[in-house]
Write a protein that binds this ligand. Structure first.
Ligand SMILES: [Zn+2]
Length: 337
């Protein structure tokens, strides 16, 4: 990884419960796990894949979640589900499962306000700033893929940087939610865009490589792809590992490592502009997981830190995780070469 790649530290008092209320999350997870068995229960239909980040076939099974096996790549450390549901099976799942419907009807809407305040405004500011610094000034079109939070367009629209604004195959229809004009389009035939975003989508793609290449085709030369995802390099996932309660199939097929994300960008002919882990919740997530599941045994140091130190120590620790790219919420900017 080059030293020039940008990394940032942020703090906004974000709380896990604001963006993922426990009751909604546990219902969403319950439906996802049930639906996964229904849609992907036939093991003969699952497909073996190499590492989705670096393409290495050298891996070992590290844990199992509800009939699915997570493997760890020996080359880049990414963790991924293999064998996994096919592209077609995943499409059918997202179009027809109860979990998908629940996400649209409750999960996205009910948490919109908190997410807008905390996340969407900072996402928009982030994209505008990077575009100003390194974007292609002649390509001003912006698209968000499979929009879950149409409020992002209000935040983007207010900056008056991008035009037109496109929502590609939205999960939640921007009509009636966004106050600015948004065109709803399919992904076929799109090209020449200056910026594309995909928030928490890479982790459930059948092939992140195919996904990045598709996005590349939609971008102008020098166009930017902004995405957020979960990384296995992050503190909470490294500590909780197979006991992480909020990792499940098919939402999380790809938990790419920080190193793996860099390799993936390179393989797909992008320049890496930023790879940060501005997550603010790792320690809180670990604390909650341990409280809710007494069978989780935290390493003595972490247990001691949580028990004997105060909020200031937690913040300092979380800031350290952010600064050194050790939080599990990663945000990435890559530029089409
Ligand atoms: Zn790998």
């Amino acid at each position: 990884m080059t030293r020039r790649v940008k990394r940032v530290v942020v703090s906004s008092g974000l709380r896990e419960a604001d963006i993922r209320p426990p009751a909604l999350l546990s219902e969403f997870k319950r439906l996802s796990v049930q639906d996964a068995l229904e849609f992907f229960g036939d093991a003969s239909q699952l497909v073996e894949v190499p590492c989705p980040a670096c393409d290495s076939g050298d891996s070992k099974t590290v844990f199992r979640k509800n009939e699915f096996f997570y493997r760890c790549c020996n080359a880049c450390g990414s963790v991924y589900v293999s064998p996994r549901p096919s592209e077609e099976a995943l499409q059918s799942y997202y179009a027809n499962s109860r979990a998908s419907l629940f996400r649209v009807q409750h999960y996205s809407r009910d948490t919109a306000k908190a997410r807008r305040y905390h996340l969407l405004s900072s996402h928009a500011e982030w994209m505008g700033q990077i575009y100003d610094e390194v974007g292609n000034p002649d390509a001003r079109g912006y698209a968000d893929l499979n929009t879950c939070s149409p409020e992002i367009f209000d935040e983007i629209g207010a900056m008056k940087v991008f035009q037109p604004l496109l929502s590609v195959d939205p999960l939640l229809d921007p009509a009636g939610v966004s106050e600015v004009a948004v065109d709803i389009v399919g992904r076929d035939g799109l090209s020449g865009l200056g910026a594309i975003s995909a928030f928490e989508k890479v982790e459930h793609q059948f092939s992140p490589e195919a996904y990045l290449r598709q996005v590349r085709d939609m971008l102008a030369d020098g166009g930017l792809f902004f995405f957020t995802t979960r990384t296995i390099s992050g503190f909470d996932l490294q500590i909780l590992w197979s006991r992480t309660p909020y990792i499940f199939v098919p939402e999380h097929l790809n938990l790419l490592s920080v190193e793996g994300i860099g390799m993936l960008a390179e393989r797909c002919d992008y320049e890496l502009i930023e790879l940060s882990t501005p997550g603010q919740l790792d320690l809180e997530l670990v604390r909650h997981a341990a409280i809710n599941d007494p069978s989780i045994k935290l390493p003595p140091f972490i247990a001691y830190l949580l028990e004997k130190r105060d909020q200031e120590a937690y913040w300092d620790f979380q800031e350290y995780l952010q600064k050194h790219r050790l939080s599990s919420h990663v945000r990435v900017v890559i530029k089409k070469k």
